[in-house]
Design a protein around this ligand. Structure first.
Ligand SMILES: Nc1nc2c(c(=O)[nH]1)N[C@H]1C(S)=C(S)[C@@H](COP(=O)(O)OP(=O)(O)OC[C@H]3O[C@@H](n4cnc5c(=O)[nH]c(N)nc54)[C@H](O)[C@@H]3O)O[C@H]1N2
Ligand SMILES: Nc1nc2c(c(=O)[nH]1)N[C@H]1C(S)=C(S)[C@@H](COP(=O)(O)OP(=O)(O)OC[C@H]3O[C@@H](n4cnc5c(=O)[nH]c(N)nc54)[C@H](O)[C@@H]3O)O[C@H]1N2
Ligand code: SF4
Ligand SMILES: [Mo]
Length: 721
């Protein structure tokens, strides 16, 4: 192994901060500053800085475990793999291929996500595969596809943010969820640009804003429609742009005109003067952006809500132009790439659709199988988890911890327990792994090579920096071994670059085209933005372009000289000439406000919303094992307004119970004037008594199938003692 620094990227969120890993004398590895990666320029949050702690054998799994007499005991790899092949094989024999389920994660590298999708369809022959990204940005993805014909989280690099005139951040707490990205917003304000934050809580992010709007949870759709109403009423529509670059304006306009500012004020709690001020700040500068995150997206109307924010951008000519546009701040390390290469229920690699005959033919050819042998689209994540133990009898789970992170988690925990067979691949013994029949310990970021695609759509290479401990194997090795045991000897390589070469061919010609990207280019250029097709001379993008990749080391997004047939430079900025729709025009989406699936009533009079804190990551499976992070964020809490606390007679730190139609959770009170009096907030990082997802409502968005994590009705009670 190298004894100098290896440049790589953080294992956690979609910012994918660059870092160097330097071996320490005691055999461990240290994170050191890597200033050449432009997104974070060396800066890291506490999670990234402490990530090596999870590489330690003290906290991770180093042996396969199998269930024996009710408990998990160490076993050999052969024994564990045989058991999984037997469990899945028996289910397939007795109940058919669709009784085998597969659940993936947006933390998996592109190579793993691609292989998992192929494993489900080719080895198991099941349609029943989906992944935790469905809980993450699927509503923004669905709206982006409807409006622009393509979903790439940000259609421009983060470095454009400081140069625009105004950014509206809708339901993002990036000061806690992507701290190094705050720099771009500070620079925006230093340059005279304005930042507007929309969040029911006065978060650390809202504290940085020029204007903070605190709507009632679940009302962002009305808010966006009200803003569009004001835009129309004040004559701020960019008529020329609307005529040239969009379709569907009349219907969207009519829908917005039904949302009078006074009516919107009643729904959202945001005053009419604040609506007008927002429109003024957004429309006066030459350029402006809207960025959404989980706040408006994790709703049973998330797709329509994002659509309404996109409408606002389109009506004002702020999409597909330099320094203007709509973007979604994707969440997980490979949240973007994880949704492009086939672990989603309706998808084939390259962001192709599983029900598109041409896509099936293309991918089946790369896979060397009959297109008719590929199953059709399956269920969405929550629906899949809800079917465990009934239609789905066995599950292979890789890189998610739904016992903590799924909505209505107590019910999902029961569904998982009722399975005939559960296999989990993880680096630690997560709450879900604890329920498994077989647990396989896998290698982690610093111990393996693979690509991720950041929230900017920038494909990046994570490089192996250290030797994994004895006893662990990679997810790719696991799938290779299982495929062989289930009768498929070929097509599941264990080398990540070999998988990537196949992924390039599978994605060629698709919306997310990676065919012009090579590992070499990723290193030389510090990442490449997709789409990046292989040069046409390269056999319709199907061939090897390793040689060509030698000549371009620019990282520069200037248009290439097309008299020279060189490699494609990648696409940092999308839609500047045309949108990805058949006629090149963006589509307005005519939407109207509707209530949350569950509104407060006499029995459950308060709104619950959920989210994150800076020092824990997701279900906490990794970060709860890091002492420094635990010291900073030791456990769950209920954030509530002093007026609500006084009504309960609760003081700071007193345990309070939050009760919904799904269950009851108890955690200490954290009293703050920074939250609306009608709303309580809980972070979702912990299992047990304070598990926020015991309470959440699995009502699904009809298009994206995203659950309503951000709003449900609860009652809050004091707890004796
Ligand atoms: N520290 C940390 N960082 C992370 C993660 C983590 O777990 N921990 N996870 C990563 C992942 S996968 C993701 S998806 C991102 C998520 O990143 P964010 O979207 O920034 O995170 P959240 O805290 O879920 O939600 C953001 C804000 O939405 C607000 N909100 C709640 N309800 C509503 C509503 O109805 N409307 C509006 N407008 N806002 C509302 C919440 O108060 C919260 O402040 O973070 C990534 N980064
Ligand atoms: N109430 C509420 N619930 C939410 C949300 C919310 O805002 N509110 N947000 C939702 C969102 S946006 C998300 S993304 C989900 C995330 O929730 P989960 O899907 O539970 O995500 P993680 O906790 O990151 O779980 C990843 C697991 O995979 C393991 N792991 C990490 N890397 C690898 C790898 O390379 N291979 C394998 N095999 N395992 C690996 C980790 O140790 C961990 O156990 O939670 C959702 N749940
Ligand atoms: S912001 Fe995200 S990518 Fe950057 S160090 Fe923190 S967790 Fe890692
Ligand atoms: Mo996420």
């Amino acid at each position: 192994m190298p004894n100098s620094a290896t440049p790589t990227h953080c294992p956690y969120c979609a910012l994918q901060c660059g870092m160097n890993l330097t071996p320490a004398p005691d055999g461990t590895v240290e994170v050191t500053e890597r200033t050449d990666f432009p997104v974070n320029r060396g800066a890291l949050c506490g999670k990234g800085r402490t990530a090596p702690a999870v590489l330690s054998s003290q906290v991770r799994l180093t042996s396969p475990l199998v269930r024996s007499g009710g408990t998990l005991v160490p076993a050999t790899w052969d024994e564990a793999l045989d058991r999984i092949a037997e469990g899945l094989g028996r289910t397939r024999r007795e109940h058919g291929p669709d009784a085998c389920g597969v659940f993936g994660g947006g933390g998996l590298t592109n190579e793993k996500a691609y292989t998992l999708g192929k494993f489900a369809r080719v080895v198991l022959g099941t349609s029943q595969i989906d992944y935790n990204g469905r809980f993450c940005m699927s509503s923004a993805a669905a709206a982006g596809i409807k409006a622009f014909g393509l979903d790439r989280g940000l259609p421009f690099p983060l470095e454009d943010i400081p140069k625009t005139g105004c950014v509206i951040l809708v339901g993002s707490n990036l000061a806690e969820t992507m701290p190094p990205s705050l720099r771009f917003f500070h620079e925006l304000r230093e340059n005279g640009g304005k930042l507007i934050v929309i969040d029911p809580r006065r978060t650390k992010t809202a504290e940085q804003a020029d204007l903070h709007l605190a709507p009632r949870p679940g009302t962002d759709l009305a808010l966006a429609l009200g803003l569009l109403h004001v835009v129309v009423a004040e004559g701020r529509v960019d008529e020329e742009y609307v005529a040239e670059r969009t379709a569907g304006w009349e219907d969207a306009r009519a829908a917005a005109m039904a949302h009078w500012p006074e009516y919107v004020e009643r729904i959202t709690g945001v005053s009419v003067p604040q609506l007008r001020e927002t429109v003024r700040m957004f429309c006066e500068p030459e350029h402006a952006m809207v960025l959404t995150a989980r706040g408006p997206e994790q709703q049973s109307k998330g797709t329509d809500t994002v659509g309404a924010w996109i409408n606002l951008c389109l009506a004002t000519g702020r999409a597909g132009r330099p320094l203007s546009g709509y973007g979604c701040l994707t969440g997980q390390g490979n949240g973007q790439g994880g949704r492009e290469h086939g672990q989603k229920a309706d998808q084939l690699p390259g962001y192709r659709k599983l029900d598109d005959p041409a896509a099936r033919r293309h991918v089946a050819e790369v896979w060397g199988v009959d297109p008719d042998s590929l199953p059709g689209p399956g269920r969405s994540a929550y629906e899949l988890l809800d079917a465990l133990g009934t239609d789905i009898r066995s599950l292979l789970l890789m890189a998610s911890n739904p016992v903590v992170s799924a909505p209505r988690a107590a019910h999902i925990e029961e569904r998982i327990k009722s399975l005939d067979f559960l296999a989990v691949c993880d680096v630690v013994l997560s709450e879900t792994a604890e329920l498994a029949d077989v647990v396989l310990p896998v290698t982690q970021w610093a111990e393996e090579t693979g690509t991720t695609t950041s929230l900017e759509g920038r494909v990046l290479l994570r490089q192996r920096a250290i030797t994994p401990p004895e006893g662990v194997r990679s997810d790719l090795e696991v799938m290779h071994e299982l495929a062989a045991r289930l009768g498929v000897e070929k097509g599941f390589p264990t080398d990540a670059e070999e998988v990537f070469e196949e992924l390039r061919r599978a994605s060629a010609g698709g919306p997310a085209d990676y065919s012009g990207i090579t590992y070499r280019r990723l290193v030389a250029e510090n990442g490449v933005f997709w789409p990046c097709p292989a040069p046409a001379a390269d056999g319709e993008g199907e061939g090897e372009s390793e040689d060509a990749s030698l000549d371009v080391v620019t990282g520069d997004d200037s248009v290439q000289d097309d008299t020279v047939a060189g490699p494609h430079p990648g696409t940092p900025r999308l839609f500047l000439d045309r949108f990805a729709t058949p006629d090149g025009r963006a589509r307005f989406i005519a939407v109207s406000h509707r209530a949350a699936a569950e509104e407060p009533d006499d029995e459950y009079p308060v709104l619950l919303t959920t989210g994150r804190v800076v020092s824990q990551y997701q279900s906490g499976a990794q970060t709860r094992r890091v002492a420094e992070l635990n010291a900073a964020a030791p456990g769950p809490f209920v954030e509530l307004h002093p007026r609500l606390a006084a009504r309960l007679g609760a003081a700071e730190g007193d345990p309070v119970a939050v009760v919904s139609r799904r269950g009851r959770a108890v955690a200490p009170a954290r009293i703050t004037t920074g939250i609306r009096p009608d709303t309580v907030f809980m972070p979702f990082h912990w299992p047990g008594e304070g598990r926020a997802n015991t309470l959440t409502n699995p009502a699904l968005d009809p298009t994206s199938r995203m659950p309503e994590f951000k709003v449900c009705a609860v009652r809050v009670e004091a707890v004796e003692g």
